[in-house]
Design a protein around this ligand. Structure first.
Ligand code: 13P
Ligand code: SF4
Length: 302
């Protein structure tokens, strides 16, 4: 099918299913273009709590669709491509978390939203890269186990007086960016400001003007008088950066900033998923109720 035919088919299926399509900022340009809403993890969680639709088609990775299912028990949540996961979220399982809780009795657990429903259910509160400092500072306890991203944890530790115990997970897309690569990009584009995601290593963040979630980057660039930016996050964000700022220039630090799982969704996979009514994401009720507490606590303070 040609692109226009795929788009028409998606529009018809959307009506049939009374569906809304949401997409993460890392999705392919053509997927972002057909979505009703595009955003970062925090915005998508909020949006899913407010949508007026029977079905949510989530173009992203599994933990994101699971979060939508946790918040929306009476809507059908569908993941655009069933095999799209997040290797960072898969770096911790419930047994490992329970072992860490035993090792640090009395510490509170803050889990990054990039985690499974089971992990959320075992945590006190969730956070995203846009609100991790607010979340950590909202906790009365001084000792906090921060899971699973060590780099977001280390960055958050610079914004609080609390003692953060960091679980050693990482996102391969961000963790593989090296300071030497950022320095080289700065030599090539000396006029550009450097913006990186807090999932980058501390040595990379130290070289940047700011460490921001994906949507915070979009807002920063719009409000900033600078004309060029070196971007240290997944390449999908450049689509909206360029659409929103046609007169500004954007450069990636390297050409390896691609999340394979985010790119699994295409217009074809969306059509197939909707036509076959497949990839419905469900969370066992007992897990959902506990995980919802962690997500609700986060939404209440952000
Ligand atoms: P954001 O919440 O900043 O969109 O990040 C999500 C993510 O998966 C980062 O790799
Ligand atoms: Fe997970 Fe990294 Fe992909 Fe984000 S970019 S979904 S953290 S693997």
């Amino acid at each position: 099918m040609f692109t226009n035919q795929l788009k028409e088919r998606i529009a018809r299926l959307k009506e049939e299913l009374k569906a809304v399509i949401v997409a993460h900022n890392y999705q392919r340009a053509e997927v972002q273009d057909i979505a009703d809403f595009v955003g970062d993890s925090l915005e998508l969680s909020r949006q899913c709590a407010e949508v007026d639709a029977e079905t949510i088609i989530f173009c992203g990775v599994r933990f994101m669709a699971e979060t939508a299912a946790i918040i929306n028990p009476y809507r059908t949540v569908v993941l655009s491509e069933g095999s799209a996961g997040c290797p960072l979220a898969d770096m911790i399982n419930v047994d490992e978390l329970r072992e860490w809780k035993q090792r640090y009795p009395g510490a509170s657990v803050v889990c990054y939203i990039n985690s499974s429903a089971e992990i959320k259910a075992e945590s006190e509160i969730c956070c995203t890269s846009a609100n991790s400092d607010k979340v950590v500072n909202s906790i009365a306890n001084d000792d906090i186990i921060f899971i699973p991203d060590q780099n977001l944890g280390a960055y958050t530790a610079t914004k609080t007086k609390k003692r953060l115990i960091l679980y050693p997970g990482f996102c391969y897309v961000h963790h593989r960016l090296k300071p030497e690569q950022v320095k080289l990009a700065k030599q090539l584009h000396p006029e550009a400001q450097v913006l990186v995601h807090p999932e980058c290593r501390p040595e990379v963040i130290a070289l940047a003007e700011a460490a921001l979630s994906t949507s915070q980057m979009l807002r920063y660039v719009k409000a900033n008088s600078h004309n060029s930016f070196i971007i240290g996050t997944e390449e999908g964000l450049l689509h909206r950066l360029r659409l929103d700022n046609p007169d500004k220039s954007f450069y990636l630090v390297t050409n390896s900033q691609i999340c394979t799982d985010m790119k699994k969704t295409t217009l074809e996979t969306i059509v197939k998923t909707m036509e076959l009514r497949q990839n419905i994401v469900t969370v066992p009720e007992e897990v959902r109720l506990k995980a919802k507490q962690a997500v609700d606590r986060m939404l209440a303070i952000s």
